[in-house]
Design a protein around this ligand. Structure first.
Ligand code: NAI
Ligand code: 15L
Length: 265
């Protein structure tokens, strides 16, 4: 691969992943609404609003692979989600089709399945149970990825990311945490494996507590190495959760589950 596009490059995951991409492609094109900072050797900066089809075309043209992180990453109004995640992901895939991009990593989310209870072990074939409009929009992105694979042969790794942050932020993340090193190892597998197809992969480290089973994607050879347990001693992670019947504790989506509907813009 000669040129890899990463959308959402200025965000939390994009900023952490950026230094790990040198070994994946000689040229990395970084795109976002916001400034991801100056280009380093082997990098290009190309701002684009995902809602702007022409801008997305410019970002995608000339690239061989895409890591699609850009978009609204939390619950928000339908209008915001519509532009960033629904229109934006369509613009990205249709540009990929027209400019001949063959492989994509789509940052989906655990909030596609957030209404499953924690004691239910999920795998790639578990039914979606979104916990938010945000989760619904990621489910749409997953279907779009599947459609562009079946119809046009564009391969996508659909990664239902758990919680990708430098450290787990709460007790729930002892199960959902994904270290950037494990994410980078997944990126490497996605862009080097001979055949990718269109798998659904749960993006979590090898945490002792686990709600997700990735055995159906064992062919990728991705074996996460990190474990959130090394943070368990931290005060905010060692305090027991107060009420096991609290929906934020009972369901996999955590605080997204009981959160109210966002106001209309
Ligand atoms: P983030 O919010 O820090 O980064 C998203 C980036 O997308 C931001 O830099 C933002 O400027 C950009 N963006 C938003 N709307 C845009 C638009 N209309 N056009 C162009 N760029 C736009 O989110 P984070 O945490 O880095 O997540 C990256 C991706 O991974 C997101 O798609 C998120 O939904 C997904 N994800 C992240 C998880 C995590 O734990 N960090 C968990 C599950 C999914
Ligand atoms: C997500 O999808 C969000 O983008 C991220 O900010 C976290 O809230 C994460 O899920 C999570 O569930 O911890």
């Amino acid at each position: 691969m000669q040129r890899l596009l990463m959308t959402g490059a200025g965000g939390i995951v994009g900023s952490m992943l950026r230094p790990h991409l040198r070994s994946v492609a000689p040229i990395v094109r970084l795109s976002d609404l916001k400034d991801p900072g100056p280009a380093e050797a082997g990098e290009e900066i190309m701002p684009a609003d995902l809602a702007d089809a022409a801008a997305v075309d410019r970002a995608v043209e000339g690239c061989d692979g895409i890591i699609h992180l850009g978009g609204m990453s939390l619950e928000n109004s339908f209008e915001v989600i519509l532009d960033a995640n629904i229109r934006g992901t369509y613009h990205l895939y249709d540009a990929a089709r027209r400019f001949g991009v063959k492989r994509v990593l789509f940052a989906s989310s655990n909030h596609v399945i957030g209404f499953h209870e924690r004691e239910t072990l999920l795998d790639a074939d578990s039914p979606p149970r979104p916990d938010s409009l945000y989760g619904v929009s990621k489910g749409y992105g997953e279907l779009l990825a599947r459609y562009y694979y079946d119809k046009f042969g564009i391969e996508t790794a659909i990664v239902r990311i758990g919680s990708c942050f430098p450290e787990p932020r709460n007790r729930r993340m002892l199960a959902t945490w994904l270290s950037v090193e494990d994410m980078a190892a997944l990126v490497e597998r996605v862009f080097t494996v001979d055949r990718l197809g269109c798998p659904i992969i749960y993006g979590a480290s090898a945490n002792r507590e686990s709600w997700w089973d990735n055995r159906k994607t064992g062919y990728l050879g991705w074996v996460p190495q990190d474990n959130a347990d090394r943070f368990r001693h931290l005060p905010h992670l060692s305090t027991p959760e107060t009420d096991p019947e609290d929906p934020a504790v009972r369901y996999q989506g955590g605080a997204f589950v009981p959160a109210g509907m966002p106001d209309r813009r």
